[in-house]
Structure formats: structure tokens, C-alpha cells
Write a protein that binds this ligand. Structure first.
Ligand code: SF4
Ligand code: SF4
Length: 387
């Protein structure tokens, strides 16, 4: 007996990607646990990792989702699109502009939100293994429905990134680097990703995922660059664990070999048994026949990269704010917005930043009215910090 439903759609059977996205959503819409028309705030969360089209969700997927919402009579005033790229040197807005997503928002009157531009919300994750306290973007906390738009890619550290891992972007800014440090090896990092996903499962019940398997990044160098293979598929569903399991099954790879999926299965954060997943659209066997094997990094490689990331790289890459005293007007607004109370401010003096308390959310930078704060990487000094 099935307990969740996933659609699998062949893009080649449709005029274009937008049309295939519409079909993928329509196939499962009668089972949504929510109604779009009752929502005041719908957040579309693509993957905007870097200004490289292969690393991001294809904007045509976003357009397909917008077309679906319009078809349902949803006002675009109630729709927002946003992400936080994390360690990239570019902001979500810069990435959005370079891949054409920003134009799409402008054309449709949709607000684009850089998660770093809002003061993040501190949350406790019940039952967490590693990430017991977190910060999530305010729009993620506030929205009524999330439409998750991941892209299937290999990942040198996490083995693969997809439906579950795409929620890593709900953690704003450089704070992601700090949370990376909780994962000293591939297994531990998998627990951290599963912790973050468990917050989503417990706090955001109204979710739809439309999964970009049209052109899939393969090989050892994901998630920013790698060999691209055309799978010509779109998946849609409301259970990200089931979606990741099905996506990997199509690629002839077992989800249990991916640390964060293994952890999500163990914690029962969704449906993982293929016998309990009903597939609509083309069959799993048809999908498997039309796709190549999904090649992922070896365990040895993910262990090595995780060790480097969890112990060294992210200490160096963590971004902290640096004040430009020529521009600072000593207004004190940065100290008021800092969620970690890492900024001391006294009237008529420059604010003082504590790198020990700073959680690298960078919202002081976004909200400084005089643009007097820039992000800098901690560099080698970061190695001296004890997390
Ligand atoms: S908000 Fe900007 S201008 Fe105001 S005190 Fe902070 S750094 Fe200076
Ligand atoms: S000082 Fe650090 S924690 Fe505080 S707002 Fe700035 S980046 Fe965020």
C-alpha cells in the first residue's frame, strides 16, 4: 500500500520544460496536504549555489511553477523567490541576475529575497544529533508553503545534493560554514544535513518539491562543476526523502549509500521504501532505461573532503563582517539587528565586533544603511578559533 505519491515526467513528451513541470505538478495535486489559494505567503526555493547555470535550478523550472500558480489564480504578490548561496562570493541576487532568474521575477512582479537580507530566526531542533540549535531565514520561518526546487548533482562532500540537501540554503549566509564544522567526517556531516531537514519536516508541513533531473551533474567535482548528462526528467512530490530515493534509483544508485539519506531513513523523516511510493507518469523502469548511471564520488573521496571541510577549509572560508570606518556613521543599527549579540555599540563610537560570538549571518552587512560593512573570509586566523 503506497503512502506517498511521486510523479515522473519525461520532458521530451512535452513542448518544453515549463509544460512538463505543469504536468508533473498536476499529476499529484489532488494529494496536496494544503491549498495554494489559502496561503498568504508562498516561498519558491531554487538552488542558487553559484553563477553557473549548471550548478543552479534551471529558471525554466521556476517559470513552470509560476505558470502553475497563475493557473490556480494565485496573486504573484503572495509569492517570493529566494535562497542563500553560502560560501559563494556572490549573493543570491547576483546569482539570480546572472542566470536570468531576476528578470523572470521582474516580469512576473515577484519579490526576490536574499535570505541574508533578513535577520535570521534562532530555532531549536528537537531530536537533533549534531545541529541542536540553528538559525533559519525569516521568510522560511514565516511562509505558509515552500516550493522546493532542487537539482540533482553529485557532491564531493555529501555524495549527492538533491531534494533534502537543497534545504541547507535555509541557513543564511556564512553561518553555513560554521555548521559545516559540526561534521568532522562524511557520516557526521550527513547527520547535520538530516538535522536541518528534520527542522523542515517538523515545522513546515506544507511543502511541494519539483525536482530538476533534466540535465544532471555527474562525476567527482559536484556541486559547482561536473559532467552534465541529459536525463530529461522531472519529478514532483511532497516527500523529499522519497524523491531522493526515487531519483537515485533512476540513476541505478541506492540512497542508503548517501550519509544524509541514510540518516533520514533511520529517523523515518519520510517514506524510503519503494513499495510504499506510488509513481504517476512514466514508470520507474521506463525512467531507468532512458537514463545513464549516476556516478558519484567514492566513499574515500567524500571522507577526505569532509575531513578537510570539517576541520580546516570552513574555518578559513567562514565569512565575518569588517567595518569600513570611513563610511560608518556610528548609528548603531548593526548592533540592534545582530541576532547573536556580537556587536557592542556605545553612542558616538564605532561598533565593536566579536568574532567569537559572530555567527556569520551577515545581516549586519545587509542592513547597514551606509554600506559600511563588507564580508571578509577569516583566512588562516580562522584556524585559531575553537568552535
Ligand atoms: S549600521 Fe553601519 S553605519 Fe551604523 S554603526 Fe553599524 S556599521 Fe556603522
Ligand atoms: S556581527 Fe556576525 S552575527 Fe552579528 S549580524 Fe553581523 S554577521 Fe551576523
Amino acid at each position: 500500500m503506497s503512502t506517498t505519491i511521486i510523479s515522473v515526467v519525461n520532458v521530451k513528451n512535452h513542448e518544453d520544460i515549463q509544460d512538463a513541470v505543469l504536468e508533473a505538478i498536476r499529476l499529484i495535486e489532488e494529494n496536496f496536504p494544503f491549498t495554494f489559494s489559502n496561503a498568504n505567503s508562498i516561498l519558491i526555493k531554487p538552488n542558487l549555489l553559484a553563477a553557473n547555470k549548471n550548478a543552479c535550478t534551471n529558471p525554466s523550472f521556476v517559470e513552470g511553477v509560476i505558470n502553475y500558480l497563475k493557473e490556480k489564480g494565485i496573486s504573484m504578490k503572495n509569492v517570493k523567490i529566494g535562497d542563500s548561496p553560502g560560501q559563494s562570493n556572490e549573493t543570491a541576487i547576483e546569482v539570480g541576475k546572472k542566470i536570468g532568474l531576476h528578470d523572470l521575477c521582474d516580469r512576473n512582479g515577484i519579490e526576490f529575497i536574499d535570505f541574508e537580507s533578513q535577520v535570521p530566526i534562532k530555532e531549536t531542533i528537537q531530536g537533533a544529533v549534531k545541529l541542536k540549535e540553528t538559525y533559519v531565514a525569516k521568510i522560511v520561518k514565516d511562509c505558509d508553503i515552500i516550493i522546493n526546487l532542487p537539482r540533482l548533482k553529485t557532491h564531493a562532500e555529501a555524495t549527492m545534493t538533491g531534494a533534502i540537501k537543497n534545504y541547507w540554503g535555509i541557513i543564511p549566509g556564512g553561518l553555513k560554514a560554521r555548521f559545516h564544522l559540526l561534521g568532522k567526517d562524511a557520516g557526521q556531516f550527513g547527520e547535520v544535513i538530516a538535522d536541518n531537514y528534520s527542522w523542515i519536516v517538523r515545522n513546515k508541513p506544507n511543502r511541494l518539491t519539483v525536482y530538476d533531473l533534466h540535465s544532471v551533474m555527474d562525476g567527482l567535482m559536484g556541486p559547482i562543476s561536473g559532467k552534465m548528462n541529459n536525463w530529461n526528467l522531472i519529478l514532483a512530490g511532497t516527500d523529499e526523502l522519497a524523491l531522493d530515493v526515487v531519483a537515485l534509483e533512476i540513476g541505478k544508485f541506492k540512497g542508503i549509500h548517501v550519509p544524509h539519506i541514510k540518516s533520514a531513513i533511520k529517523r523515518q523523516l519520510g517514506v524510503s521504501n519503494l513499495n510504499e511510493i506510488e509513481i504517476k507518469g512514466i514508470t520507474l523502469e521506463e525512467a531507468k532505461k532512458m537514463t545513464p548511471k549516476f556516478n558519484v564520488p567514492t566513499n574515500l573521496m567524500t571522507q577526505f573532503i569532509s575531513f578537510l571541510s570539517g576541520n580546516i577549509a570552513y574555518r578559513i572560508m567562514e565569512k565575518i563582517p569588517k567595518i569600513n570606518k570611513d563610511k560608518c556613521k556610528k548609528c548603531g543599527q548593526c548592533a540592534q539587528v545582530c541576532p547573536a549579540e556580537a556587536i557592542k555599540f556605545q553612542l558616538n563610537t564605532f561598533p565593536i565586533f566579536s568574532s567569537q560570538k559572530c555567527i556569520s549571518c551577515l545581516c549586519c552587512m545587509e542592513l547597514c544603511p551606509h554600506h559600511a560593512i563588507t564580508p571578509i573570509k577569516k583566512g588562516l586566523k580562522g584556524l585559531l578559533d575553537i568552535f
